[in-house]
Design a protein around this ligand. Structure first.
Ligand code: ZN
Ligand code: ZN
Length: 340
């Protein structure tokens, strides 16, 4: 076993890099308590080695080391007023838009990651402390009586947090250590959501309703419209501007696209084509090439135009040219059914 950390004769946890060969210190293993020798040679990487060959398990050593480092780092933060952060998610919504007649929904404005300084609420840190029938590797709590919620910090080496603990409702941050290098996760003083070695249990996403005044919400919706000039467009429109569009005589047909259940629909290439077909089938006079029987895709690789008109025998890239084309010939519903 080649450990990077040990206790010195004062019981202080030290890293091999802090060892000065001249000051004849005595080192012991943080796991088995037996004597260690600091190996600071020129060839092998510096480390502590057990003086005698012993049955000392590296996983238990790493688990103990994780707890000690967390305890030491966190305590220093409390004493020196240095923040120790935990990240949490806030989901922003706007419920005012339920009263917006065009939307009639709560807007989901997305999730943001925020940081909270744990030391501002939990000023006490203990190793292996029991709470509510469980023993926490590290228990964070407050010295103030009115604050009685706790946070468990669990160091996972060989196995992850037991199911009973996960289901207890207690907020747990689990830090997975694969080797001694992972100690840096603890020393970074920020338990980050995107870190693959960190799992969060029972941390709920906070929801904040920003309740924008009516018609001032910036949530963007996709809106498909057919214009008076028979052209079709699909674009993003802010909630605050949707009513204006619905009232605008320039548009003869509007459809707001809500992707609440399936956000991936948004990226389907056929969405626009289907919307044009739907409008046309609903009797809207949309003169877009997607609903003209002379429309086809351009198969020529030499031509950069993605579409081809069978009547005009030419490639094109904007299907709204159908609105100004005297050869436009609307297809019936049968085409829609055959296409897919
Ligand atoms: Zn040992
Ligand atoms: Zn809104």
């Amino acid at each position: 076993m080649k450990n990077l950390f040990a206790f010195n004769n004062l019981g202080k946890l030290i890293h091999i890099s802090e060892v000065n060969k001249r000051n004849n210190e005595y080192y012991t293993c943080i796991n088995c308590g037996k004597e260690l020798i600091a190996k600071k040679g020129k060839i092998k990487a510096h480390h502590f080695a057990h003086k005698a060959v012993l049955d000392c398990n590296f996983e238990t050593y790493l688990h103990k080391l994780g707890k000690l480092i967390f305890y030491q780092t966190y305590n220093q933060c409390v004493e020196k007023n240095i923040p120790y952060y935990v990240e949490y998610e806030t989901s922003y919504i706007c419920s005012t838009c339920e009263s917006n007649n065009a939307i009639k929904k709560t807007c989901e404005l997305g999730i943001q990651v925020n940081k909270f300084d744990l030391t501002t609420r939990y000023d006490l840190v203990n190793i292996e402390k029991s709470y509510d029938g469980f023993i926490a590797d590290i228990l964070l709590e407050s010295s103030k009586k009115e604050i009685n919620d706790k946070i468990f910090i669990e160091i996972a080496v060989t196995h992850t947090c037991e199911i009973e603990k996960q289901e207890s409702g207690i907020r747990i941050v689990e830090i997975k250590l694969n080797d001694e290098k992972d100690i840096k996760i603890i020393k970074e003083k920020s338990l980050n959501i995107e870190n693959e070695n960190i799992n969060f249990y029972n941390f709920k996403t906070k929801t904040t309703d920003i309740r924008k005044p009516l018609n001032q919400c910036d949530k963007e919706f996709e809106v498909f419209s057919v214009l008076k000039n028979k052209k079709a467009i699909k674009r993003l429109v802010k909630a605050k501007n949707i009513q204006k569009i619905l009232n605008d005589k320039m548009y003869v047909y509007n459809k707001i696209l809500f992707y609440d259940n399936n956000e991936s629909e948004r990226f389907g290439g056929y969405v626009f084509i289907e919307l044009v077909e739907e409008a046309s089938n609903n009797g809207i006079d949309v003169k877009n090439c997607f609903v003209c029987r002379f429309f086809t895709y351009n198969n020529s690789y030499l031509n950069e135009m993605p579409y081809f008109c069978k009547r005009l025998k030419s490639g094109f890239d904007n299907t709204n040219i159908g609105a100004d084309c005297n050869k436009f010939w609307r297809i019936g519903k049968t085409y829609t059914q055959q296409k897919i």
